[in-house]
Design a protein. Structure first.
Length: 425
């Protein structure tokens, strides 16, 4: 979401280079990179100061493997190129996870914090009015993304169903599958909230098994303590990994003893109480300041841990700090946390990096299960959802690990070549 970088051109250049290296058909690759359709819409919203018009987009990148799938982002820095790039990543991510989906993404240029609740609802519903014709259970299935959530998905679903009603379409429960990430009580999925973090930990477990390491001896630092960071930390610590450092936007905390791991639910409780992580050295039922210290967000990334998990923002590992990174394994849970140059540098140094399009695909895999649940008019239990997620994630990992041996390169280039070949061949 950096205004100065054209993330779409950057991604295109990166993929064209990879395509050249692996001798992919240039014409087919260039065609593939262009989205099938970009819809630009104007959405009027009644505000106290009169009608305000917001600009929005929906990019439908590729539907060779199934309906377009991807979130809707509300942010002041949304632009056409960003939406195009995000939809391209979704195409690749769905192909890697073997989901019957293509890639899509939407966005509205807005700072949602400046809108009242009713204005936000009008904007969300207005956007759906404008893109109604191109979405649907078997056409294009939106989901939440930055600054959108289950409540917004409910407003959008309600609007979609009311428009379908007006157009005399046969209303049935399958129409709920037009959106994923809905509240559980409104046809959402149990376990969807945990899916991205849970999926990431399944991938971590597979990597550790392949490398023949003993997880109980491994230390881990996690950047970001939101949805993804929290659940990743929770599931990893349940499995015995030692979480020795955590951070949020306000600062980072470190365990002073390498043998000691954070008690993740207690840290969350503490963070809720005081609003920030800094100061939460919870262990064994107490928050004991002697057992930890506050460090900076930059220091967290440079710690001598075995596993580093960036789960917050893009480009946090870059040309400025790549030489200081000491972790041996990095799991990219955020989207794009490592710049292409830093990725190449660290990969050449022997760091095992699991790319975002594999590591965080538990989110879209969870969405797939929600879509299936609504289409089949079922209600899955959390346990069933976790079992299905495990199957999807393990298969995706195993396919890529084999492909990595065939292509003799890192997991990121492997993911790109594997996914693109699947779509263009
Ligand atoms: P979130 O808003 O719930 O949490 C973000 C966390 O990052 C917060 O704890 C925030 O305090 C922290 N943070 C912000 N700036 C930071 C900084 N400079 N240093 C350390 N921490 C910082 O968001 P999320 O849903 O957890 O998403 C995190 C990342 O994962 C994003 O890149 C997102 O695109 C990606 N992702 C999320 C999902 C999902 O299902 N939520 C799926 C796939 C990918």
């Amino acid at each position: 979401m950096n205004k100065n970088t054209d993330v779409y051109s950057q991604t295109k250049d990166e993929i064209l280079k990879i395509g050249k290296k692996f001798k992919l058909d240039k014409n087919k690759l260039e065609n593939f990179l262009e989205p099938n359709r970009i819809l630009e819409v104007k959405i009027p919203v009644k505000t106290k100061k009169g009608i305000k018009i917001y600009k929005g987009y929906r990019s439908q990148h590729n539907n060779k493997l199934g309906p377009y799938k991807g979130g809707i982002r509300f942010h002041q820095n949304v632009d056409e190129n960003e939406v195009k790039a995000l939809s391209l990543w979704m195409t690749l991510k769905c192909a890697i996870a073997n989901l019957p989906f293509g890639g899509g993404k939407g966005g509205i240029i807005v700072n949602p914090k400046e809108l009242s609740e009713s204005e936000l609802e009008e904007l969300s519903k207005g956007y759906i009015k404008k893109i109604y014709d191109i979405i649907g259970p078997l056409k294009d299935i939106p989901a939440p993304d930055v600054n959108t959530n289950a409540k917004i998905m409910k407003w959008m679903t309600d609007e979609y169903i009311s428009l379908a009603n007006e157009k005399n379409k046969k209303i049935n429960r399958t129409l709920y599958s037009t959106f994923t990430g809905k509240p559980i009580e409104h046809n959402g999925l149990e376990g969807r909230e945990e899916a991205t973090g849970y999926g990431g930990v399944i991938i971590l477990e597979e990597v550790i098994k392949k490398l023949g390491l003993n997880k109980k001896t491994l230390t881990m630092a996690i950047q970001g303590f939101g949805n993804v960071g929290f659940y990743f930390a929770k599931f990893a610590s349940d499995l015995g990994y030692k979480i020795t450092a955590l951070s949020d936007s306000k600062g980072a905390i470190l365990k002073t003893s390498k043998e000691d791991s954070f008690d993740i639910p207690l840290v969350l409780e503490c963070k809720k109480k005081q609003g920030v992580l800094a100061g939460c050295y919870c262990s064994g039922g107490v928050c004991d300041i002697k057992k930890g210290k506050i460090i900076s967000n930059d220091e967290l990334l440079e710690l001598p841990v075995d596993i580093l998990v960036p789960a917050a923002l893009e480009n946090v590992i870059n040309e400025n700090n790549m030489h200081k990174i000491k972790a041996k394994i990095i799991i990219e849970m955020a989207n794009g946390p490592i710049t292409p140059n830093a990725f190449n540098y660290l990969s050449k140094k022997g760091v095992i990096i699991v790319p975002d399009i594999l590591a965080n695909s538990g989110g879209v895999a969870g969405s797939y299960i929600e879509w299936k649940q609504n289409l089949e008019n079922k209600k899955y239990k959390k346990k069933e959802v976790f079992t299905m997620l495990e199957t999807i994630m393990k298969k995706a990992f195993s396919n890529l690990w084999h492909a990595k041996e065939k292509y003799k390169t890192d997991l990121k280039e492997t993911s790109y070549v594997y996914a693109i070949n699947k779509i263009i061949e």
